[in-house]
Ligand binder design. Structure first.
Ligand code: DX5
Ligand code: ZN
Length: 215
């Protein structure tokens, strides 16, 4: 699997070294952007991503947990995002298509994320057009929460739908990932795992990343 360490769990006073410590093999850098409105927490914005991208040749996986992704997507794109994932719940149904094509027009990949209580089938009509689906296996807002099992059924559904229709999207899961939950999501068809606490709290980050990559 592709592993996407979430810098939300990093020490921001030493971000350069923290990123070096997780830069092993094919990793994406998962950047959790929170606005204190869509979720009850505030993190960082485009300037942090811009500075990281200057020093690291990493795939920047930007997870926007914000109320107005349409308005701010351009800032993250200019900062060096390679993938911008926004939340289905943040955008009015009639604006979902417009937001997908707008983000694509900026020259980056586009993903849509669903919270644990959102039915995965709401994405059916968009699946042919997007590059990634991000299944939240915790309530967005904080790292270090317990994996919610209902994510597994969503991943299986996405995998079956992808195979049946020849769709191209990646299936990514975010929240509560450790060795055991990574094994479960992989068996269900997941291709990219986000992990924050499990990687950054470990004594041997390289080994943990390598283990997740080889599950
Ligand atoms: C939560 C974030 C996650 C978080 C995952 O809202 O989207 O990316 O960093 O953290 P862990 O892996 O600790 O659950
Ligand atoms: Zn995230």
């Amino acid at each position: 699997m592709i592993v996407a360490p979430s810098i939300l769990s990093a020490n921001f006073n030493n971000l350069n070294e923290e990123i070096k410590s997780i830069n092993h093999g094919n990793v994406w850098l998962h950047c959790d952007v929170m606005d204190g409105h869509f979720v009850p927490n505030i993190t960082f914005g485009a300037c942090v991503i811009k500075n990281i991208k200057k020093d690291f040749d990493l795939f920047m996986d930007v997870h926007l947990m914000i109320t107005d992704p349409y308005k701010y997507a351009i800032d993250f794109c200019n900062a060096g995002a390679d993938l911008i994932t926004y939340h289905y719940e943040a955008v009015k149904e009639e604006d979902i298509d417009k937001t997908i094509s707008y983000i694509k027009s900026l020259g980056v990949k586009v993903g849509i994320s669903v919270k644990p209580n959102t039915d995965i089938k709401v994405l059916d009509k968009y699946l042919k057009d997007i590059d990634l689906v991000l299944v939240m296996s915790v309530e967005p807002g904080f790292g270090g929460q317990k994996f919610i099992d209902s994510a597994l059924g969503k991943i299986r559904y996405l995998k079956e739908t992808k195979d049946k229709n020849g769709y191209k999207y990646f299936i990514e899961v975010d929240g509560g990932i450790n060795h055991e939950t990574a094994r479960l999501v992989k068996m269900s068809g997941c291709e990219v795992v986000v992990a924050g606490n499990y990687i950054f709290n470990s004594d041997n980050r390289k080994e943990v990343i390598n283990d997740l990559q080889n599950i």
